[in-house]
Write a protein that binds this ligand. Structure first.
Ligand code: SF4
Ligand code: SF4
Length: 265
């Protein structure tokens, strides 16, 4: 079975009916401590939200706030949140007094914490596995409401993040499954462009031969020029094509689905 992001320790999975008590708030002695040395893999929708929040391009965001590493099994690049050097170090978005300065746009991993998520591939679909991570210094488990996993995900407003990041998880898992059989990895750079660097991908879609090759109608070009979420959906379809996980008709079908969302369609 192919898996990604499972914790190294022998953690017990958090079952849907399992409960945990948790309350994180300013005033705890540990407040902000978990933001000092976090290991956060930024997913495509995390990057989209953060760079929009900061008002900078995806290219600038990737250069300033991320570190590129390779996910070995999938042979695809990941983007880790780059930590601030010096004293105080830690997440570049943590403020000692007020906490997270990008709270409404914080990454999915920060929303889900103290739950962490791994994924496995089962022939034709991904299955998510969840674990509780109890950091030694974390006082959030000492009191507070009782949560099921489902209640926690709703409370942390994860639905949009999960929906828009799932395709990325599926691609990593499918690529891992395929590479374990074939050992080849085409399309790494176009994948990176299409899922992480959306501003550069937008230029590729609208300002190169791509637009003519796929006969983009003006209304769809307008949508892709303005709507980051629509562009990310196209990015996933294009990533699948360049990695050899889907064919050209699949990309054309994705374009038709997006064209139906365009103004005036
Ligand atoms: S993004 Fe916010 S919640 Fe996440 S590590 Fe940074 S400061 Fe903490
Ligand atoms: S309670 Fe846990 S999650 Fe909240 S600030 Fe403290 S260490 Fe971080």
């Amino acid at each position: 079975m192919v898996t990604i992001f499972l914790p190294p320790e022998n953690h017990q999975p958090l079952e849907p009916e399992s409960t945990f008590r948790f309350h994180c708030h300013p005033g705890l002695a540990c407040f902000n401590q978990c933001c000092q040395q976090p290991t956060i893999i930024l997913k495509p929708y995390d990057i989209l939200r953060l760079r929009r929040r900061l008002g900078i391009t995806s290219t600038a965001f990737l250069a300033r706030y991320t570190v590129r590493i390779m996910e070995e099994a999938a042979h695809l690049p990941l983007r880790l949140l780059a930590l601030r050097a010096g004293d105080p170090g830690g997440c570049p978005f943590v403020d000692a007094a007020t906490g997270c300065t990008v709270y409404d746009d914080r990454p999915a991993a920060c929303r889900l914490f103290p739950v962490i998520q791994g994924s496995s591939w089962h022939g034709d679909q991904a299955r998510e596995v969840y674990f509780l991570k109890k950091l030694d210094f974390c006082q959030g488990f000492a009191n507070g409401p009782t949560w099921t996993l489902g209640q926690w995900r709703i409370d942390q407003d994860l639905a949009e993040y999960e929906e828009l990041n799932q395709e990325w998880v599926d691609i990593l898992l499918q690529q891992t499954a395929r590479l374990s059989a074939t050992g080849s990895a085409p399309g790494v750079q176009p994948f990176e462009l299409a899922v992480y660097d959306l501003d550069a991908f937008r230029r590729f879609v609208l300002e190169t031969a791509f637009a003519a090759k796929y006969a983009l109608p003006p209304s769809l070009a307008e949508l892709l020029g303005q709507d980051d979420t629509a562009l990310l959906r196209l990015g996933y379809a294009y990533a699948r094509l360049v990695l050899g996980l889907a064919d050209t008709p699949a990309l054309q079908a994705a374009l038709e689905n997006l064209a139906a969302l365009a103004p005036g369609s």
